[in-house]
Design a protein around this ligand. Structure first.
Ligand code: HEC
Ligand code: HEC
Ligand code: HEC
Ligand code: HEC
Ligand code: HEC
Ligand code: HEC
Length: 444
């Protein structure tokens, strides 16, 4: 207890070196960020007289359905159009392209013919300032990584964030290693100090043998503990066996990273738009890729905002996933037509009842009016689809016991309901009382 001063100085050395290491790692991280910031600024600098940021908003709201900056869509790619065409011509075209074509303007007729005489919407409501803003936006220089994204390209961009993460992780691991080393040194030093001061460190622990012997002699105690042990292990073994064949939370990797959170959640697409069969048949079905193409002919790039809560991966990652859809249906997004080369997507089936069970979606969705989410969970928040419910017999039967049958507006049920509710003496009937517990209803 004499040399307390030594402890303190060692402690000081440890904290000092730790804070030094931390500050070094943080400042290097800060440098990373500082280095990237100016590049982003330069890209955002407007190239023309109008306000490019306002123009971008206008473009996305009015033009993005048919135009992209760097690729052909329904209409031509618009980057640099202000350099190609006269400003007055552009004003006339955007406000009323039909009028301009009808007036026999050679350029207007030419581009109209080139695009198979697809009429562009007229925008008489846009002011001169609006058009200037849009043109400022289309005159911005193309950002470098925005070149037609090929698979490998976007994969590289995707790992960009991971690299700095790895750096931080590596640094942390380094700090930990240094700390462990220091602890050893401290321990050593303390040992030496105590030796020098003649203090004995007692490393022996008191023996447990006498306690064991006493226990073994008491037969009643032994019996009770053996029974307890058997009961608990039986409990756990039973629990384990009941898990066999229950695939709750099964979430396989799908061939295309399809996010229900983005489609059904953020974009509010109705479940039955894609799983339309759920209303009328036994199976809900997975939509064919033609259904996807109703929207994705026009949505070839992911635009989602990185900052919003529903976006979990990078834009490049999502755009590459949309490209997989194109590869599967054989859609050439630059030429805007089908190539005829298709390769079917093999979705991995997640929910799958045993063959001896009969389950019918339309019975539950249309007749009983049960929401998809009651059985499948908050699907609109799933980035990756998974099995939410256990799909065991107990699960089905419990719900049949608890859920009342919806009789309102269903003439078929009115008579049965009147009879059965008299029989059971209740005014609401559960699915179980309607026969939902009969083995033959669920088992062939
Ligand atoms: C309904 C689809 C559609 C919308 C919306 C649309 N365009 Fe177009 N645009 C076209 C088509 C198609 C053409 C090619 C000419 C044609 O067939 O009429 C075109 C051509 C153009 C051209 C001529 C390009 C060139 O190279 O000469 C400009 C400029 C243009 N659009 C600007 C706009 C702007 C700005 C907006 C938004 C305010 C917009 N367009 C909205 C379909 C559209
Ligand atoms: C834009 C189309 C689309 C919409 C909208 C949609 N889904 Fe899906 N759903 C799919 C596709 C594609 C799959 C297969 C890929 C997967 O499992 O992620 C799927 C898979 C599923 C599965 C798992 C199927 C299996 O293999 O067992 C369930 C359950 C499901 N969807 C429920 C819903 C519910 C509930 C909603 C509404 C909240 C919904 N879906 C909205 C396209 C859609
Ligand atoms: C009703 C329109 C619509 C339908 C149908 C649709 N999508 Fe989408 N899809 C969107 C929208 C909107 C986005 C988000 C675009 C954005 O935020 O920039 C998107 C984004 C995506 C993405 C990138 C994000 C993600 O989920 O990984 C993929 C991949 C995708 N869709 C695949 C599909 C597939 C496969 C189908 C068919 C089963 C399909 N989509 C059907 C509208 C649709
Ligand atoms: C009462 C519970 C329940 C409700 C409500 C329900 N499902 Fe299901 N769903 C299941 C069960 C159970 C399975 C497994 C069926 C099988 O393997 O035969 C399943 C399977 C699926 C599948 C994949 C296999 C198939 O049948 O094609 C999809 C997709 C699906 N459900 C979508 C939906 C959608 C969309 C809704 C809402 C319109 C919905 N489900 C409502 C219980 C339910
Ligand atoms: C969310 C609650 C719920 C779950 C979970 C559920 N069901 Fe049902 N089920 C109902 C309701 C409510 C009805 C009554 C529908 C009606 O009005 O006919 C019903 C009816 C049925 C019927 C028809 C019964 C009859 O009397 O004709 C069958 C068969 C059935 N369910 C099978 C299943 C199976 C198999 C499962 C499990 C895989 C299951 N259900 C899970 C709520 C549920
Ligand atoms: C509401 C629907 C429903 C009813 C009613 C029902 N079952 Fe089941 N049964 C299931 C489902 C779903 C499974 C498969 C899931 C599982 O293994 O738990 C199953 C599985 C079974 C199994 C296989 C063993 C096992 O646990 O995997 C047996 C045996 C069985 N049921 C017997 C019966 C008998 C007997 C009745 C009548 C008293 C009955 N079931 C009524 C839905 C039902």
């Amino acid at each position: 207890m004499k040399k307390v001063g030594n402890h303190k100085s060692i402690f000081k050395v440890v904290t000092l070196s730790l804070s030094l290491l931390l500050s070094v790692s943080f400042s290097s991280f800060a440098q990373d960020q500082a280095a990237t910031a100016p590049v982003a600024d330069a890209a955002a600098a407007p190239a023309a007289a109008g306000d490019a940021a306002a123009g971008k908003a206008l473009f996305n709201a009015n033009c993005a359905a048919c135009h992209k900056l760097d690729a052909k869509m329904t209409g031509p790619a618009l980057r640099g159009v202000a350099e190609r065409r006269d400003r007055a011509w552009l004003g006339k075209w955007i406000r009323d392209s039909k009028g301009l074509i009808a007036s026999g303007d050679a350029d207007a007729v030419k581009i109209f013919e080139e695009f198979n005489k697809v009429a562009m919407t007229a925008f008489p409501q846009l002011s001169d300032a609006d058009i200037d803003n849009i043109l400022a936006y289309t005159s911005e220089p193309a950002p470098v990584p925005e070149k037609p994204a090929t698979g490998s390209n976007s994969a590289e961009a995707g790992t960009g964030g991971g690299l700095s993460n790895n750096l931080i992780l590596g640094l942390l691991a380094g700090i930990l290693a240094v700390l462990v080393g220091m602890l050893f040194m401290v321990n050593n030093a303390l040992g030496k100090i105590s030796k020098a001061n003649g203090i004995e460190v007692d490393s022996k622990t008191p023996s447990l043998m006498p306690l064991w012997r006493a226990f073994a002699k008491n037969q009643f105690l032994v019996l009770v503990s053996v029974i307890l042990l058997m009961l608990t292990s039986a409990y756990f073994i039973y629990g384990y066996l009941m898990q066999v064949g229950v695939d709750k939370d099964y979430a396989p990797i799908q061939p295309i990273h399809y996010s229900h959170k983005i489609h059904a959640g953020d974009n509010g697409i109705d479940c039955k738009y894609c799983h339309s069969a759920a209303r009328v048949s036994k199976n809900a079905g997975i939509p064919s890729l033609n259904v996807c193409m109703n929207c994705h002919k026009n949505i070839s790039e992911f635009q989602g905002d990185k900052d919003s809560a529903y976006v979990e991966y990078t834009k490049e990652f999502y755009t590459a996933e949309i490209q997989k859809l194109y590869d599967a249906v054989g859609w050439d997004k630059n030429a805007q037509k089908y190539t005829g080369k298709t390769k079917p997507v093999k979705w991995v089936r997640i929910h799958n009842l045993q063959d001896f069970v009969y389950f019918n979606h339309s019975q539950h969705v249309s007749v009983a009016g049960v929401e998809c989410q009651t059985c499948h969970g908050p699907v609109e928040t799933f980035e990756i689809m998974k099995q939410h419910s256990p799909l065991t017999m107990g699960w089905c039967v419990n719900c049949h016991r608890e859920t009342n049958v919806k009789v309102e507006g269903n003439a078929y049920y009115e008579k049965i309901h009147a009879e059965l509710s008299k029989k059971y003496g209740v005014d609401k009937l559960t699915a179980a009382q309607m026969g939902g517990l009969e083995c033959g209803k669920c088992h062939y």
